[in-house]
Design a protein around this ligand. Structure first.
Ligand SMILES: Cc1cc2nc3c(=O)[nH]c(=O)nc-3n(C[C@H](O)[C@H](O)[C@H](O)COP(=O)(O)OP(=O)(O)OC[C@H]3O[C@@H](n4cnc5c(N)ncnc54)[C@H](O)[C@@H]3O)c2cc1C
Length: 441
């Protein structure tokens, strides 16, 4: 996703853009080897949708035409928090729900329709080519081992968690970036079902959030194209969902609320559950390196990848692409006659600043798990959790608070929106019993 969106922005700045993809791509919206996480449920946050539609106007219509499900959030979604059900009278926003392969396929189709963009598939990037000042291109290899050199004015690495950028930088003599890992020991398992015919529920999707420390498991049931539900079960701290039929169903029954287990009881599974464990919060500190090559940038999961339960990955990748666009526009103002000097290092610094917020959203709670690594939460962080618990409790009975909360969750508003007077007042009014106990587990 990061690479496709970046290519769209690059097409505004360069006459020719080549996307190199290791996989042979399916014609339709099918899962593929290079994106194993594509088999897991993906929830696209509102801010991410906004960003993609700005790059590809009308893309939401493409997704809907391909079968995506329109949801009002929270009107159509049962969001069961530890304090209860988020008030569904909140205005919230419209969301589109589709499988990750469909989201990707519709974006790719739009990208490939642009003149000047070429997609090269079945070729893996194996190394960078560089001169004294920076990167001048790369080397690709096909399945038979045949290598090809590609020249480039700018190389963008968007190859995900498995990116070799840190090793390439080391090999080129730029040093080795620092890696920060916070591992909540979370695992996912996703299974697809046919939505039961004649379903009369007054909701379209359900989210049962974990209740640490008493319960570290959660489940999201979302409708996707093809009249299907995707159910993602997740468990942290080593309490992982099994993939066998009986184990998966039993895990769903252990969720803090029976809604999801009851919903799937009569639903026909369309295949086995698929597990995924690569969920560690992982951030490369490229922006702190002493030296950085000209004409080489890294973005998306290759820089900063998150515990996926907050659904921030695609949206954060899209925000990174917006940052790249801003940097390229700034460069043109600075050097109207052309030239990319300083752009790459400047971009990595700005990207790091933009990633601070989603990183803290994703890692704050994870540091509560003793085995996660990273700094344990201090007094200020514990006060912050206490406040957020109160806001969540208020969101169960005050639609105005629920509205702000949902917009912050969708990354449409910054968390400072939670400091608005009516939110503070409602949070202060929640009773002690509304609030859950949240101590390090
Ligand atoms: C279990 C799970 C659930 C998730 N749920 C959500 C969610 O609900 N919402 C959300 O927004 N995000 C979610 N994410 C995160 C989201 O998938 C990513 O953040 C997002 O896809 C951005 O990743 P990317 O494009 O940087 O990398 P990837 O999606 O990993 O894509 C990398 C691409 O590069 C290709 N590639 C890799 N190496 C090479 C090479 N050497 N040469 C050529 N090509 C190469 C790969 O084949 C692939 O196509 C989830 C992630 C996981 C693991």
């Amino acid at each position: 996703m990061a690479g496709l969106l970046a290519a769209r922005v690059l097409a505004d700045h360069f006459p020719q853009v080549t996307v190199v993809e290791r996989d042979e791509l399916p014609d339709g919206a099918d899962a593929r080897r290079g994106v194993p996480h594509g088999r897991q449920l993906h929830v696209l946050l509102a801010r991410g949708r906004q960003s993609i539609e700005a790059l590809f106007p009308g893309w939401g219509g493409d997704l809907l035409a391909a079968g995506a499900v329109l949801l009002q959030l929270p009107g159509d979604v049962q969001m069961l928090t530890p304090a209860g059900l988020v008030d569904r009278r909140a205005v919230g926003f419209e969301a589109l729900s589709a499988s990750r392969p469909l989201i990707e396929a519709t974006v790719r189709r739009r990208l490939c329709a642009l003149s000047g963009v070429t997609l090269v598939t079945g070729r893996q990037v194996t190394r960078l080519r560089a001169d004294d000042r920076g990167v001048v291109g790369l080397v690709t290899r096909d399945r038979d081992g045949a290598e090809a050199e590609v020249d480039a004015d700018l190389v963008v690495d968007a190859s995900g968690r498995g990116s070799r950028a840190p090793a390439w930088l080391t090999e080129l003599g730029y040093g080795t970036p620092r890696l920060i890992l916070i591992d909540p020991q979370l695992a996912y398992a996703t299974r697809t079902y046919r939505v039961p015919e004649g379903l009369t529920a007054d909701w379209k999707a359900a989210m049962v959030l974990a209740q640490p420390p008493s319960s570290r498991i959660g489940g999201y049931l979302y409708p996707v194209e093809g009249g299907r539900w995707m159910l993602a079960l997740m468990g942290a701290g080593g309490d992982h969902p099994p993939t066998d039929d009986a184990g998966f169903t039993a895990f769903a029954r252990r969720l803090p609320h029976p809604l999801i287990a009851e919903a799937i009881a009569d639903a026909e599974p369309l295949g086995p559950a698929v597990a995924h464990r690569g969920t560690t919060n992982r951030r490369w500190e490229f922006h702190r390196m002493q030296r950085w090559p000209e004409r080489f940038v890294v973005l998306g999961d290759a820089v900063c990848a998150f515990n996926p339960v907050y659904g921030q990955g695609i949206t954060t990748a899209a925000l990174g692409v917006e940052t790249l666009d801003e940097c390229l526009r700034g460069q043109r103002r600075r050097f109207p006659e052309g030239g990319l000097d300083g752009l790459a290092a400047r971009f990595q610094r700005r990207l790091a600043r933009r990633n601070v917020l989603p990183w803290s959203v994703s890692t704050n709670q994870d540091t509560c798990f003793p085995a996660a690594g990273g700094a344990r939460p201090g007094v200020a962080a514990r006060l912050q959790y206490g406040f957020l618990d109160r806001v969540l409790a208020a969101a169960t009975w005050d639609p105005a608070v629920a509205d702000v909360d949902i917009r912050v969750y969708g990354m449409l508003d910054r968390p400072t929106a939670l400091l608005r007077p009516h939110v503070l007042a409602a949070a202060a009014r929640t009773s002690v019993t509304d609030r859950r106990e949240r101590r390090p587990g």
